[in-house]
Design a protein around this ligand. Structure first.
Ligand SMILES: *[C@@H]1O[C@H](CO)[C@@H](O)[C@H](O)[C@H]1NC(C)=O
Ligand SMILES: *[C@@H]1O[C@H](CO)[C@@H](O)[C@H](O)[C@H]1NC(C)=O
Ligand SMILES: [Cu+2]
Length: 169
């Protein structure tokens, strides 16, 4: 029993430490996927892409592909870069590793001009500050009180309680 509590405590502590840095996986087009008839401008609108996030392009292999292009090529739906190779697996994962604008098109037939094009702006990775818990004081208040976040103190409380129960067991 005690070791189970200890294990759960470790999981809670690790999860709390990792959670703020968790990357988002974005399925491009959501359920509609990377396909014709989807407005990817609308899909991208309001999304907060960050370094460390991933884009997943899902489609039937052979029907589409994913090619990273520059802004000028994106506008004209062309690929002037001879060394650029499109992704073709139908389950293509792109890691957003640098901030800035990123342009992707489908390079098959006239799919790009029919709307299979995606431009996003990637921001720097989110600062690793956990969200305050509901009802907790605002971040400024906890920083003033010694820099211990409500989430961290909660995790510590759980850890101390678990340790106490282990000793008593
Ligand atoms: C996609 O939707 C935007 C408005 O959100 C519109 O301006 C744009 O023309 C649409 N694109 C296509 C290819 O229909
Ligand atoms: C062309 O594509 C290659 C391979 O993806 C890339 O490394 C290079 O930066 C691209 N060049 C330009 C000018 O976009
Ligand atoms: Cu296509």
């Amino acid at each position: 029993m005690a070791s189970r509590i200890f294990l759960i405590t470790i999981i809670v502590v690790v999860a709390a430490a990792v959670a703020p840095a968790l990357a988002e996986d974005y399925m491009v087009g959501d359920d509609a996927g990377w396909n014709l008839g989807v407005n990817f401008t609308t899909w991208a609108a309001g999304k907060d892409f960050r370094v460390g996030d991933n884009l997943m392009f899902m489609y039937t292999p052979g029907t589409h592909n994913v090619l990273k292009v520059n802004g000028a090529d994106f506008k004209q739906c062309v690929s002037s870069n001879a060394s650029a190779v499109p992704l073709t697996s139908g389950n293509d994962l792109i890691s957003l590793s640098t901030p800035g604008k990123k342009w992707y098109i489908c390079d098959i037939a006239d799919h790009c001009s029919k709307g299979m094009k995606l431009v996003i702006t990637v921001s720097a990775a989110e600062a690793p500050t956990p969200d305050p818990m509901p009802g907790a004081p605002p971040p400024g208040a906890s920083a003033a009180a010694g820099g211990v976040s409500p989430l961290k103190s909660c995790v510590w409380m759980v850890a101390v309680m678990a340790a106490y129960r282990m000793i008593m067991a």
